[in-house]
Design a protein around this ligand. Structure first.
Ligand code: HEM
Length: 512
């Protein structure tokens, strides 16, 4: 028999190439077979395609039904289901506090670095390194505490919310689209928080603005980049020069211009009133290119993360209210305590608008808002983490280190043990409950996630939602527009309006 080197020399280049290809096919075939059927995740049920490839998840995300598909799988197959070759979805609520603490479950780089948009340093949402994350979070979080939000109410929140709802003042039963106004409100509010200056969407005719177009492109691109992360290493100019990415390039330019102005200011302070001014302080000793990349991507994250999520909570609230006029009346009745009959929209600001804190004391408004976020979470999908070196045992089954595991708020919010009749929208489930019952429900309420990576903008979002819903119900009545479909779809992570419209018949509220 010929020795291996002699055999190799005797083969033609074509034969060598064919042998290499055959060996690679055997290697990848065998390892795929092992991972799918023999590896440690083979014990978990899931769709056949998900055992072999991430294509299953991508297909579900692109056809806008991933969250529902995962939810149905949990109902049929149990608390741990396989959603990818190395990916599990978990619906066992006892795992929540452990999964969303730092250690030993870090954010999955495969999912989050795809959100970096070509910038290696990442941002608050995508940063997977705990030390880097903690440094930035500490500074930005102090801008978004309860106390800080209070200081934004008078000159930021109330005027912007009023400006968003004023155009509907003339309506007398006609059908109008509310979505552009909601987007204008949340984008301008996030802009002001970040840059100290809004984008001016609320002042633009029809609320049309390049920033709104940019956010739509980003939302569509997210599932694609997560499936094909190598797209991120393409040169930036190649991506931003394609016509559909032009709005994103313009948004990046706005952010970069604002940063150029900010970093030129002398003496950045830890107590700055905007995200950019805080970053100028935090990054003042860093290398210029790193500094510029971090500041601009952090600014964009506040806009992207803070706007459509809040918009979609308001969309859900209005959709729900339009179906139940009695709920509108109940909120109106509560709000009349702070905005009595004598106050008109024109003198709302002068009349001493109700604080977010005082609106939170209104029992039905509070219960309604909480139920909106339980029933229609704006971030309903899987938020993946990597299992640390000790592995994890869930309901007596061991999950090995390195596995990507995730939970989805949509499913956790429908746990029948603590939310009886989970598929019924019922604000009363949050009212007149004992402390123990409320604690149990709160432990499963993860619309903003929990722990060190929970939403940093939660209070800012809640203040907008509370004030908006209170003001809207106080002055308007809505009913579903005949023949229109205000349905909501999800891309596996976030939600959006199916037809990019939110149509209602709107009329002035009748106050008793
Ligand atoms: C109803 C509105 C909102 C919802 C439902 C929401 C939900 C969430 C969720 C679930 C996370 C965790 C994401 C993960 O683990 O990957 C998150 C993180 C985050 N959110 Fe929000 N969010 C909302 C509004 C906002 C607003 C208004 C801002 C900014 C002004 C914001 C900025 C962020 C940031 C920067 C993070 C990353 C935090 C970190 O990792 O330290 N969000 N949000």
């Amino acid at each position: 028999m010929a020795a291996f080197p002699e055999l190799l020399v005797s083969l033609s280049p074509t034969e060598i190439a064919a042998t290499v290809v055959a060996l690679l096919v055997i290697y990848f075939g065998a390892s795929t077979f092992y991972i799918a059927f023999l590896g440690p995740l083979a014990q978990f049920p899931g769709p056949g395609l998900a055992k072999f490839s991430k294509i299953w998840g991508f297909f579900q995300a692109m056809t806008l039904r991933k969250t529902m598909a995962v939810h149905k799988m949990h109902k049929q197959m149990g608390p741990v289901v396989r959603v990818g070759p190395n990916h599990l979805s978990i619906s066992a609520p006892e795992i929540i506090p452990r999964l969303y603490s730092y250690k030993p479950f870090l954010k999955d780089p495969g999912f989050y670095t795809a959100l970096n948009a070509g910038k290696a340093e990442g941002h608050l949402v995508s940063q997977t390194d705990p030390t880097q994350h903690a440094k930035r979070r500490k500074l930005i979080a102090t801008l978004l505490t309860r106390g800080a939000i209070k200081s934004y109410e008078g000159d930021l929140l109330h005027p912007k919310i009023l400006q968003a709802i004023l155009p509907f003042q003339e309506a007398n039963g006609e059908v109008m689209d509310v979505l552009p106004a909601l987007r204008a409100l949340t984008v301008d509010a996030a802009g002001e928080l970040t840059f100290g200056k809004s984008f001016g969407v609320l002042d633009s005719p029809g609320f049309k603005h390049v920033v709104i177009d940019a956010l739509a492109v980003v939302s569509e691109a997210v599932p694609i980049v997560q499936f094909l992360p190598w797209l991120n290493i393409l040169p930036r100019w190649l991506i931003t020069s394609t016509p559909s990415f032009k709005p994103v390039a313009m948004l990046e330019q706005i952010s970069s211009d604002a940063w150029t102005v900010e970093k030129a200011l002398p003496d950045p302070s830890e107590a700055g009133r905007t995200v950019l001014s805080r970053l100028a302080f935090l990054l003042k000793n860093d290398e210029p290119k790193y500094r510029d990349n971090v500041a601009t991507s952090e600014a964009l994250t506040m806009i992207v993360g803070g706007s459509e999520t809040t918009t979609m909570a308001m969309v859900a609230a209005l959709n729900q209210l339009s179906m139940v006029p009695a709920d509108q009346a109940r909120i109106r009745e509560e709000v009349m305590e702070f905005i009595p009959e004598s106050v008109t929209l024109d003198d709302y600001l002068k009349s001493g608008p109700p604080s977010f804190q005082s609106l939170q004391q209104l029992p039905f408004l509070s219960a309604f808002t909480k139920e909106v976020l339980r029933f229609y979470p704006p971030v309903p999908g899987l938020l993946p983490r990597v299992v640390g070196p000790d592995g994890l045992t869930v309901r007596n089954k061991f999950i090995p280190p390195g596995t990507v595991i995730a939970m989805q708020s949509y499913t956790i919010h429908r746990d029948p043990e603590v939310f009886p009749e989970p598929d019924v929208f019922k604000p009363s489930r949050w009212m007149n409950k004992s402390e123990i019952e409320l604690k149990a429900m709160d432990a499963r309420f993860i619309a903003f996630s929990i722990g060190v990576r929970a939403c940093v903008g939660q209070e800012f979002a809640m203040a907008q939602i509370f004030i908006f819903v209170a003001l809207w119900c106080r002055f308007y009545e809505i009913t579903p527009a005949p023949g229109s479909d205000n349905g909501i779809e999800d891309n596996g992570v976030t939600v959006h309006c199916k037809h990019d419209k939110l149509l209602f018949n709107i009329r002035p509220a009748t106050v008793a």
